[in-house]
Design a protein around this ligand. Sequence first.
Ligand code: GLA
Length: 776
Amino acid sequence: MIKFIEPYFIIETKSLSYAIKILETGHLEHLYFGDKILETDLDFLHTKLSAKARGVIDYLEEKGKDIPLDLICLEFSSSGKGDFKLSPIELKMPDQSFVSDFTYQKHEMIEGILPSDTLPTPYDDEKNTKTLIITLKDTKFNIYIDLIYTTYYDVNIISRKTIIRNNEKETISLRKIMSMSFDIYGSNYDMLTLDGGAIKEAQKHITPIAQGTYINSSITGNSSYKHNPGVILLEKGTHEDFGNCYGFNLIYSGNHYTAIDQSSHGILRVMQGINPSMFEWDLNTNTSFETPTTVLSFSSKGLNDLSHHMHDFINKHIIPRQFKGVDRPIVINSWEGFYFDFNEKKLINLAKKAKSLGIELFVLDDGWFSSRNNDLSGLGDYDVNFKKLKHGLRGLSHKIHQMGMKFGLWFEPEMINPVSKLYEKHPEYAIKIEGRIPALGRHQLVLDMINPLVRKYIINEISKIIDDTNLDYIKWDMNRDMTDMYSKHIPNQGMFYHSYILGLYDVLSQLRKKYPHILIETCASGGNRFDLGMLTYGPQIWTSDNTDPIARLSIQKGISYFYPQSCISNHVSMSPHEQTLRKTPIDTRFNVSMFGVLGYELDFKLLNTFEINSIKKHIEIYKSYRHILQFGQFYRFNEDPKVRMNFQVSFEDTHVLGNYQVLAEPNPNLEILKIKNLNPTKIYDLKSMEQKLPLEKFGHLISHALPIKLNPNKALFRLISRFKQLDNATEEAHISGNVGMKGYKMQQQFMGTYYNEQTRMLGDFGSQIYIIKESR
Ligand code: GLA
């Protein structure tokens, strides 16, 4: 899996190779990252330098060492020695210069993964990983860099991180240190990033790369919904099922940074790590600094295949091992149904109804503590609001448990309202700067997680509640970005952001260790911290506060480039939707939410009988395909997302396909359903899920479908619609894998003519689920 054939290193996964060469100067040349290569290829993968180039600088004049570093694909560069591509490090050296020059000193190979005391690190239960540590030394000073490569053989992932050690007498200032960097030839690439904001997370963007530097980063103190840390570098023309693409993601929840820099000779350097902006770390004598881990993969078969590598890696090596492959419960969450306005009776009624529909976990969201009747006060306090919960949390959790449901609670542990008991007692716990009025976000300040007393307070308070309620689940929220960054507990404020994240990881690790059984779902106003760091503590993340299914299509699709369905928490909520005012059918709300971890966030009392019955049926369906929907292989399609979208999951011989019509077209084309990942030689049964059409969908047009005349504004219409719904076309077919993949000819969709039971009535926001199973 890792070979050293002097002067070459080859790191291999099941289908990928990564190759490095030690140059005569001791610098590392990046030779290759892609589909498997042969050892004989190695001699031919290096940069051929017979003509050099105008304007380049040779490293040394000596024969063999007269290399222009700017013309070489390097594995990790230094600063100020002739490589003018963007540098992965910035160090103020003991001689006060910014010049460094790191060359090969030694290497070591170890079984497994190099552990870390402070940062989230993947694990390996299958004993299928190996690690290579290449040590570089600065040519002048006793400063060392370890480049650490781990291969996760089966899942086609290589991880990288960097450790820098200062063995000089002086403290040096570290201003930038990337977890990884490497160079490839390439002037034909695009960059795929997930950008957005609150309630519009993870929108896919493709940026063409030309000469210059392209950056994807966050500066909010979290990994941010503005720019997710995941980045894909793709050759032009690459799509979901075709083409060469490289994927990178950082196991980190703070300010991240990925840069793609195209040099004047068409060398592409890609690097990823902690954002160097406002970063300055004092590296004292005989200490080291460890970067977070970057996850790398490649596919020559397009973006779906690349995502599968990322997904398998997360399911097998990232999420807490006690949840590996374990089906996640269906949730009812109190937030969108009640917000702050609830009492024990309301909650119990909600739970009872949820239980009768088949829901398994009851989550009480914000508003259960202290003076919390709106978002103006109470964060930081953990005393229960007895006005709302007359038997306290213990009483409530007891009743929920008695019903046979699991019990979960919302916390926002990293925050404090200036109006709170905690703030009265410990104003110094909040992050702020003396002499400046701190900026508030949602009326709250951030707690200083660098302060050990704050961390202790949080752990103690949460532990008391867990013990008191026998808690099964925690929603760990974080609802504001950071400002006024300052902590008394660090010597240099350039250490602030990273130290905050280390503090957060410390708290999460301690709680994780103490309560391994608790299912943690992390959240940050939705997906403001959807990253691999958080996933090492909680296996699922609240994807977005936007639960409108049509808005969700692009959010869930975006997130799926890097994260598997088992991590994506989706809730069915009310229509019209509170974020978009859009009216959508209950079937579509389920049909979108089912691709991930399903939940409900509404007051059932506001639903009609048709919707309640539909929910009951949906939950039954979800339960029978839950493992496939959470852990199956997910496929995206090449489509115009403004008109129609599809999602598919495959698990062994079963495939579930969601077909969503975003906007109805007049007199549309006849359609085919292209199913992915079928065996061409096998026969499949295809069946669409039965769906009913409420009469309201037709309004005054109902006279076209029913033999009687009904006025949609009259009580009789409403009365009949409680009992009578129309059939929507279902499809059943027996097809070969080949035909399914080429495209099954679907039943006709409504064409503006008339209704019958064989016509798919979709309209705007309509959708259908297809189950495709190998025939027995
Ligand atoms: C954030 C979360 C929501 C909900 C509220 C509660 O907005 O994203 O899901 O928990 O906080 O205040």
